[in-house]
Design a protein around this ligand. Sequence first.
Ligand SMILES: Cc1ncc(COP(=O)(O)O)c(C=O)c1O
Length: 351
Amino acid sequence: MCKRVPELVRPELLSLAPVAHGSVALEELRAHGLTPLDVLDFSVNTNPLGPAPCVQRALCETNWGRYPGDDELPLRQQLAEINNVSEHQVLVGNGSVDLMWWTLLAAVRPGDSVAVAEHTFGEYARAARAVGAQVVGMQHASPARVLFLCQPNNPTGEYRTGADVERLLGHTPDRLLVLDEAYAAFVAERWPAEQLLAAHPNLIILRSMTKDHALPGLRLGYLLASSPVARAVAAVRPPWNVNAGALRAGLAALTPEAQLHVQHAREIAADSRAYLTRELTRLGFSVTPSAANFLLVDVGDGPALRRALLPMRMVVRDCTSFGLPACVRIACRLRAECERLIAALEEVKRV
Ligand SMILES: Cc1ncc(COP(=O)(O)O)c(C=O)c1O
């Protein structure tokens, strides 16, 4: 019976492993007698302030008794206005990951390759393989159908200049460049990638309202692209892929109150990034310069440090799945929380 399964499905999918993501499983916490509320989670890089009160209120006002959709066009229209594009260039998704998958489904043909950088977000490669593409490194990007650039890069925090991205777009006019700006809202000196859309129909920008507004459980992201590309991606999107609460929250997230909240979070991230860089360096760790709301830190043995911190009620991201087992990734949370992490690391170093 089992032997026949590969005939029923594409056999290569049976060996496609899930990607490790941040945070910590309930089961792992239980082994330490802990719940999610007991730990400070530095392995997830969402807004350290949580959602703005107006976003939370909007969620409470959601009408769950109707199929979602009433708020979709107004949300797309507002996102279009903010980004100075037309509503036909905007799509919303169940998190930005959703839109990554639909983009690949819309673009990839049999035999195509997809280019992904070496140490970056794991879903690009997994989604590419799931749609039947071959994954290649950026150095082999020229024949690739789609290129992924994480901006700033997870986990290194590297943030490319506009000139750099524009050069890449110019070199690859007949290939899609997906610029994943999941963490761009936390970059202090950000350049407006949406301004490149008019001249570059091969550009797709992904943004994560999940990260900006600390709603990873709700899921909301959006895509900006040229109208024909957005139309093709919309064609492979299942109906109702964004729930009514996420659409409501999305509208509230664009109000001045919520935008001020994100600005405040960006300032906190900058302060905590400077503090953590200084203190981690003082403790003898090597910190990669980062423009993002997280830091890649070489600690010698990432899994061991994660294990040591968990009983102390702190979680950091072991970077083994990024191909960096000597490193952990640490989110730039509130200053007082970062101070607790530094105290815990001092303790770990003492024993
Ligand atoms: C680079 C990057 N892009 C996208 C995502 C997913 O974002 P969303 O929750 O909007 O799907 C993540 C989540 O870890 C990420 O690290």
